[in-house]
Design a protein around this ligand. Sequence first.
Ligand SMILES: Nc1ncnc2c1ncn2[C@@H]1O[C@H](COP(=O)(O)OP(=O)(O)OP(=O)(O)O)[C@@H](O)[C@H]1O
Ligand SMILES: [Mg+2]
Length: 302
Amino acid sequence: MTDAAPQPASSPPTAAEQVGVSQVLARPRTPEQLVRPNVVRFNQVTKTYNAGRPNAYTAIKDVTFVVEDLVDKGEFICVLGPSGCGKSTILRLIAGLEPQHPPTSGDVRVFGRPVTQPGADRGMVFQDYTSFDHRTVLENVTFGLECQGMPRRRRYDLGREWIRRVGLDVAADASKYPHELSGGMRQRVAIARTLILKPRIILMDEPFGALDPMTRMNMQDLLVALWREVQATVFFVTHSIEEAVFLGDRVYVMSNSPGTILRELVVEPADRSSKEMQKEAKFQETVYYIRDLISQLEEGRD
Ligand SMILES: Nc1ncnc2c1ncn2[C@@H]1O[C@H](COP(=O)(O)OP(=O)(O)OP(=O)(O)O)[C@@H](O)[C@H]1O
Ligand SMILES: [Mg+2]
């Protein structure tokens, strides 16, 4: 979580404008501004798909940002922007997944080291339900531990604990198969399956995009509670401005064609429920500010 102060102690002061529950930085922070160790660092990262071919397409260009390593805390970073602006590209570059990885140019670092491949320090939750159909909830949740070679009894004990933590009922749900679950329940399974492995960085690509508004708010509250426990850095991609402002300690607003980070906002921590926070005028002020920013971007493109 972020302090109320506009800038962390290690940054030189950057002019910031207060808007509702957020401070809008004059420009996104650059690696040179931060002296503390970094969790994730992008320096002038460009990704051109099909480079050198007639169908070459530059999805992101010169993307630079840095996320500090806040020990025993972790930050919640939300990435917002129009469809196709390169949000998933950024997330998958952090994960080290092809064909996004490697970047065409620039430097992607995690904990100070260049990303070369996926690793156990990074866990990913996708929008579509990615459970294995022929495995039960318990088998899905413990799949990663099985790959690590953890004995069955230990991993099932841990699995049951995580099933409980994400709000499922061990007795009723552990032996169900994915097709027997609702969308919200499946995303709980996906979250448990990722968090059980204790990644230092959690990458989430629109995980609640397919859920109804009520379920979505409940999932947001659950995620905030779990994130406080696991103290990881979270990268959370969403189309919902409300979701980004509620969940994020920081919000990156991206522009399109090719994608760059246009604004960085430092947002008040989510210390009340999603439903409560969304009723506040200050919260809505930040939401309207971002909405205007994105619609200006879209008009500018036409
Ligand atoms: N493997 C690929 N090959 C070619 N082009 C790609 C590939 N993956 C993505 N792109 C293009 O790069 C651009 C950015 O894609 P990306 O998936 O990162 O966008 P996004 O911001 O996540 O969009 P959405 O909000 O719709 O999920 C898009 O124009 C997309 O068509
Ligand atoms: Mg995407």
